[in-house]
Design a protein around this ligand. Sequence first.
Ligand code: AMP
Length: 342
Amino acid sequence: MKAFCVQTNYTVKLIPISTLKPYFCSVLIKPKHYTMSLITVGTMAFDAIETPFGKVDKIVGGSATYVAYAASNFVTPVQQVSIVGYDFPEDEMTELKKRGVQTEGVEIVPDKKSFFWSGKYHLDMNSRDTLVTDLNVLADFDPKIPESYQGAEFLMLGNLMPKLQMSVIDQLKIRPKLIVMDTMNFWMDIAMDDLKAVLKKVDVLLVNDAEARQLSEEVSIVKAAKKIMAMGPQFLIIKKGEHGALLFHENSVFFAPALPLEEVFDPTGAGDTFAGGFIGYLAKTKDISFENMKTAIIVGSAMASFCVEKFGPDRMKEISKEDIDERLSQFVQLVNFDIDLV
Ligand code: AMP
C-alpha cells in the first residue's frame, strides 16, 4: 500500500486495501491543522464623508481597515489582504500592526493612489449616496495569499469585487471553518453573476435590508432571506442601521438591536466594524453554532456603536477591553426583560 499525498498541511489516512471495493482506491485527506487566525480581505482606502454633523475631505477608511480594527480586539493575528497606493499613511499601518494585524498580504503600489470613496448621508443617517468611487490601485488588484496565511480558521471577505473574493477562496489550500462575506449594492449593479458565484462558497452573508431586497428581488425581508440562503450561505445577517440586525438560519431568526445613541457622527464603516466584531468573537470562541452567532451579532452591534461616535476609524483606536465590556452590559440591559405569559 502506498501513500502519495505529501502536502504538509494535510494528513493522509490510508484505507486498508481489503476494505476497498475493487477498482476504487481512495485516500481520505483532511486538514492536519488550522492556525488560530483570521484572514480579512477588503479595501484600505481614503474616504470623503459628509454627514449632517460635519464633513471630512480625506480620512482613512476601507472595508478591511474597519474589519481589522474591530476584529483585533478579539483575535490575533488578523491577516490582512488588501492593496494601497503610495499615499496610504505609514502610521496607519503601524497602528494596525501594533494591534496584531499582519500586513504581509497588503500590496503597496508605488506609483498609484489608494482607493477613494466619497459619500453623503441623508438626514436620518440610515441611507447615503455614493458620490465618487475611484478604484485607483483597486483596478489592477490581484490578491496573493502569503504562504504564512495558509491554514487560517476564519475568513472575512470584506466588501470587494466579487471576482477577487473568489480568487482568495480559490487560493486557500485548506477551506477555513467559516467564511463570512460582505458585499454592497455597487457590486450587485455591476457584477451580479460573479457575486452569485461567490455566494455558493460562503457560510455567512452580510447585507443591509435594501441590498437583501435587490439581491433576492423580494420585498418581504423574510422571503428575501429564504431566497438568499437558497443561493448558498446557510446563515444570513441583514443589517438595518440604527434599527439593529437580523440573523437568519434555516427557519430560525434572531434580532439584535443597535444601541440607541444620542449622537451618531458618522455611520461609515459601521457595517464593516459590525462584521469585524462578529467574526472576531466567533474566532475567539471557536464556536460557529447558531446559538453562538446570536451573541456574535450582539458583539458586532456593540463594536459598530463605537465606530459611529467619531469620523472614520478614530473611535476604534481609542477603545479598551473595559469599554467593550461596559458596552456589552448596556446591550444586556437593553434587551433583558421578564414576562409572565398572559
Ligand atoms: P460601510 O459603511 O460599512 O458600508 O463601509 C464603508 C467603507 O467601505 C468606506 O470606508 C469605503 O472606503 C469602503 N467602500 C465604499 N465603497 C466600496 C466598494 N465599492 N468596494 C469596497 N469598499 C468600498
